[in-house]
Design a protein around this ligand. Structure first.
Ligand code: GDP
Length: 490
């Protein structure tokens, strides 16, 4: 009886709230991307620019002055950590250091009060909308395909991938260890741990800077969240073939049980509780770092993007939309850090992202949501200028390279502003997909590349003549917001 009364009361409260405008409708926006793609910086800049009335000419609701108020509110999900906006913005603006990156899921509610552009909408809506921004590692998303795979198939595919030229040397130690182990030997915790550690350090090595390979599941091996050290996270693939069965008490049986536990206790709840409730999604990619590392890394990024987009594909054959009826209707694929190149190259970067996304969409057989692409910088750390070299005037970008960055033998101290001639992106986007020929020795390692990107410190905020401090500068953040939420504020 109590439950019914409680439920009825909640329903009544909700109704009353809606009638008086106390409960505002909300839009859940997922922000994802592989580690260091720029999620934390994006969310911080998004919130900052709304709270401070930033310059967002292409974000209609803001530029036309229809947003009267924007503020942070308590998030609705008590069990999810809060996105620590205040810490991140202080790091960016006061210390001019990049904030701490995403390690696990977190959430933030930003509410805006606005006036609809159309008279009709003004009559119908209360002019208040909450954005529930959900930040989560893209690595976790790449776990979705595991739900339809048994342990033996997972082993087979992991070993196959590990033997590819781009990964073979990184995985050599783990593969050697796996070959030494007989899957039928009695289960032993220490062996399981040794294999897990070798496997996860191979996965981590794939992410190392000069290699920039995307990732392989299980996603929590790279981003464990709060599950580090639990048995569901202490397993590894063994040298077993699809169809093989583990004898009771064997290492094979133990690993298989843990793999299934990982799916049941980690992967499934994550999709059910978080991903299945999203309305909009932005997928950030670090295309620049991948291009810096060479064609193999670009191909790998495309593979990861394909798998990420497959998660949001609608219709038959998709585990996610098969399990849940909620739909994401807009997805933005955005390459951040466009401030590392001159604006003349921004459209080229966008063309490259479009091509990456188109290929990923085609390969994933994607349909359903509207997908757009964008080259942007959530925070613009550089400005543009020109330098004269002989008779020529060359476009440069000017910023403060991070301490320890080197250009042409010079190492920076993190305080000195410098003009840099950024590499040119190819005019034809297809060029970055070219693989090194089979006889080229450096297949898999970073080939010589004309693109060189240094990392800059966050910018110093500009002040106006009246002494007002401007909000964080950006490139095309307004376009991102217009696509993601503009229609909801129309
Ligand atoms: P996350 O792992 O996806 O949360 O990645 P972060 O948001 O922490 O970004 C990783 C790093 O990329 C930052 O520390 C910055 O060095 C860089 N970065 C991210 N976004 C931008 C941007 O808009 N402009 C510039 N210049 N650098 C960025």
């Amino acid at each position: 009886l109590t439950t019914y009364t409680d439920e009825a009361r909640i329903a009544l409260d909700t109704l009353a709230g809606r009638a008086t405008g106390l409960v505002s409708p909300s839009l859940r926006i997922g922000v994802t991307g592989l580690s260091r793609a720029g999620k934390t910086v994006f969310i911080t800049a998004f919130v900052h620019n709304l709270l401070h009335g930033g310059r967002l000419p292409l974000f209609d609701a803001q530029s036309s002055g229809r947003i009267s108020k924007a503020y942070l509110e308590h998030q609705p999900d008590d069990a999810v950590p809060r996105f620590q906006y205040e810490d991140h913005i202080a790091a960016l603006v006061e210390s001019r250091i990049w904030p701490e990156s995403t390690r696990a899921i977190s959430e933030l509610r930003l509410t805006v009060e606005f006036e609809s552009a159309s008279a009709w909408n003004r009559l119908l809506s209360r002019g208040k909308l909450s954005f529930d921004i959900v930040d989560y590692p893209g690595e976790w998303l790449l776990d979705l395909p595991l739900l339809s795979k048994d342990y033996e198939t997972f082993c087979h595919e992991a070993l196959e991938m590990a033997a590819l030229p781009a990964r073979a040397d990184l995985s050599a130690e783990w593969r050697a260890l796996t070959h030494e182990v007989d899957p039928n030997e009695p289960a032993d915790e220490m062996t399981a741990r040794r294999l897990f550690e070798a496997f996860s350090s191979y996965l981590r090595a794939c992410k190392a800077d000069h290699r920039a390979l995307s990732t392989l599941p299980p996603g929590r091996f790279l981003m464990p969240g709060d599950l580090e050290g639990s048995p569901a996270l202490t397993f590894a693939p063994l040298g077993v073939e699809p169809g093989a069965r583990g004898k009771p008490g064997s290492l094979h049986a133990m690993m298989e049980r843990r793999y299934e536990a990982y799916k049941t206790h980690v992967v499934r709840p994550f999709f059910r509780e978080h991903i299945a409730r999203l309305d909009r999604q932005i997928v950030l990619i670090d295309a620049m770092q991948a291009m810096n590392a060479g064609a193999e890394a670009v191909t790998d990024l495309e593979r990861a993007l394909t798998e990420i987009l497959s998660c949001f594909r609608q219709g038959r054959g998709n585990l996610l939309t098969g399990l849940f009826s909620h739909r994401i209707d807009r997805i933005l694929v955005a390459a951040t850090k466009a401030d590392h190149i001159h604006h003349e190259s921004h459209d080229r970067l966008q063309a490259i992202v479009r091509r990456l996304a188109d290929r990923a969409i085609a390969r994933a057989g994607f349909s359903g949501a509207a997908v757009d692409v964008l080259a942007m910088a959530a925070v613009r750390a550089t400005r543009e200028g020109t330098v004269r070299q002989g008779k020529e005037t060359l476009p440069v970008i000017i910023g403060t390279p991070l301490e320890g960055e080197t250009i042409a033998g010079e190492t920076f101290d993190g305080e000195t502003e410098t003009a840099i001639f950024p590499g040119d992106l190819p005019e034809k986007p297809g060029l970055i997909f070219q693989q090194p020929g089979p006889d080229e020795e450096n297949a898999g390692s970073a080939p010589e590349n004309p693109l060189r990107f240094v990392r800059f410190r966050p910018p110093r905020l500009e002040r106006t003549a009246e002494g007002l401090t401007l909000s964080l500068p950006h490139i095309r953040l307004d376009r991102a917001l217009q696509f993601l939420v503009g229609d909801q504020l129309a």
